[in-house]
Ligand binder design. Structure first.
Ligand SMILES: [Zn+2]
Length: 305
């Protein structure tokens, strides 16, 4: 009990410091204020981070351990670490994996045993999506490639992988492409910014039979004005998919940075009521908030050029 209280105080202190930092810092104040009005308790941490021109490296990234593997929905499972995620989508014709953690050892020692623990057969994997080329997402990919599983990245991000290019055309994930496994369509949306070819993925999930739509998205643009302009286009493009596909669940490869409620539910063993369905309005508002934050950064970045 005492420990919880202390960590709450610490969290509040960090949040207060971060808010002060946004106020004191340099992203365009009018746009930041518009973004702030779109934020809520769940998206506050994202607001602070995305509306800061140079967010601090999040403490603890890279220091994670294997999270307990958990079933989040009837057809969606988490088999990741505490600092970076990996998800399995179960379909009527095999399994899809999203992201592969840091290394082939992570794949062998965290993803595969996690799947087995959840009653999923790793031999049923049909496709592995890698949201972007950074090592914490793509490092385990060779483990699956060596076992004949198709690994998909965007063309731009394949260029930054050790191989330097996609092994074949079927391994390239392109914007708007729908990969259908059995009863489950998985839509690829190109959302550059964090990397030139970062992708977001949209797919149906079921909560005790009730259909919802989830998006896994890698945000956080890295770079200057041009990168941020691309990122703004990307989030607005993704916003069209949010509206069209009625996306009501927002998931992030680094959930610990984005949504503390989702983080606690996923890392805490998915106990109690599932809070991951936030609704179509909240998902679309989240997209607009992030968009405004990046536009605010652009104003600042342009001013210092
Ligand atoms: Zn990354």
């Amino acid at each position: 009990m005492k420990k919880i209280a202390t960590s709450n105080i610490l969290a509040l202190t960090l949040l207060a410091l971060a808010v002060i930092k946004v106020n004191a810092q340099d992203a365009d104040p009018a746009l930041v204020e518009q973004a702030r009005q779109l934020s809520d308790a769940r998206s506050e941490a994202t607001f602070v981070r995305q509306c800061t021109v140079e967010p601090a490296r999040f403490p603890g990234l890279g220091d994670g351990v294997a999270a307990a593997p958990v079933k989040l929905f009837d057809n969606l499972y988490y088999v990741g670490r505490t600092d970076v995620g990996a998800w399995v989508i179960e379909t009527s014709d095999g399994l899809a994996l999203i992201d592969t953690l840091y290394t082939p050892e992570d794949a062998a020692n965290i993803i595969v045993p996690g799947m087995r623990q959840l009653g999923l057969d790793p031999d049923d994997l049909k496709v592995v999506f890698v949201t972007h080329f950074h090592g914490d997402h793509s490092g385990g990919a060779p483990y699956f490639q060596e076992r004949g599983v198709k690994v998909m990245l965007s063309q731009a991000d394949w260029a930054s992988m050790p191989a330097g290019a996609a092994p074949d055309a079927a391994s390239i994930a392109s914007d708007g492409q729908v990969i259908t496994l059995g009863d489950t369509p998985i839509t690829v949306v190109l959302t550059p910014g964090h990397t030139p070819g970062a992708i977001s993925l949209i797919f149906p999930v079921f909560d005790q039979g009730m259909r919802h739509t989830a998006a896994v998205m890698e945000l956080s643009p890295r770079g200057g004005v041009d990168v941020h302009r691309e990122a703004v286009e990307g989030i607005e493009h993704l916003g069209e998919f949010f509206a069209r596909e009625n996306v009501d669940i927002a998931l992030h490869p680094h959930e610990m940075i984005f949504d503390p409620v989702a983080r606690d539910f996923i890392m805490g063993g998915a106990q109690g009521d599932n809070p991951l369905v936030i609704g179509t309005e909240a998902v679309q508002r989240f997209g607009r908030m992030v968009d405004l934050c990046w536009q605010a950064r652009i104003v600042t970045l342009e001013a210092v050029q």
